[in-house]
Design a protein. Sequence first.
Length: 262
Amino acid sequence: MPDAYTDHMTRRPRISDISYTPPSNSHQPRALRLSEPELPGSYFASSRRIQMRTSRASISSALYPPQSTLPASVSLAGIDMKQPFPEHMHEKYDLVHVRMLVAAMLPSDWRTAVSNIARLLKPGGFLQWEECDFLNAEWQKCTPSASIEKTKYIGDAFRSALRERFSHGWNTLPEHMRAAGLTSLVSDVASSDKVPETREKVTTGILGLVFTWARLVIERGAPESTFGDGLDNLEKAVHDEIKSGCYFKYNIHVACARKALM
């Protein structure tokens, strides 16, 4: 089955935060099992304050570090969460954390993915999921003299190409969690520009993904490939605009729910 994510994006050559488990000793709490079943784009950063065993799964293992370089408590696997998980993984995890899968998901994928993940939880276990609302995102200026023309052009092209995917997930996760039988639902939303000092880095990161997408559609000759041969110059102009005070503002939606105790 074709991968919906790679129709629009490629994996960036970077390893996100890998969970770490401190050595066990008699003074630490019982070990927790945590999992991050994911499609490209999400990561799990664990706390060092408790002992835990973590699993990370992706549809591609291309960017995983060698298992020999990781603590024995961290395991990596290649799994597509849109397909049912093997039965030996059911009810094995205290917490599953998922984030930023929107580019990989069609509207019909969300309910299935949430249902599949819910089966991983132990009774009393938690699912936490974050997605961003890029559909209603805005280009803002930190200063009146900042320019946003070039950045808005490439950003709007990206949003238009993935509009169907960006229309779901962030606004439907609570509904799907309830449908999967999860309880004690908590949802929240925060703005990406809440901390002014992070605006430039957040915008630079998002635009890095946008230009990865743009180069991919040019390479494939996709219909949305309208950037011509000047993409490198456009990228430089966009970075100049970011330095001038242009930034990308969007809402981050978080949903957390619990599997009922038996």
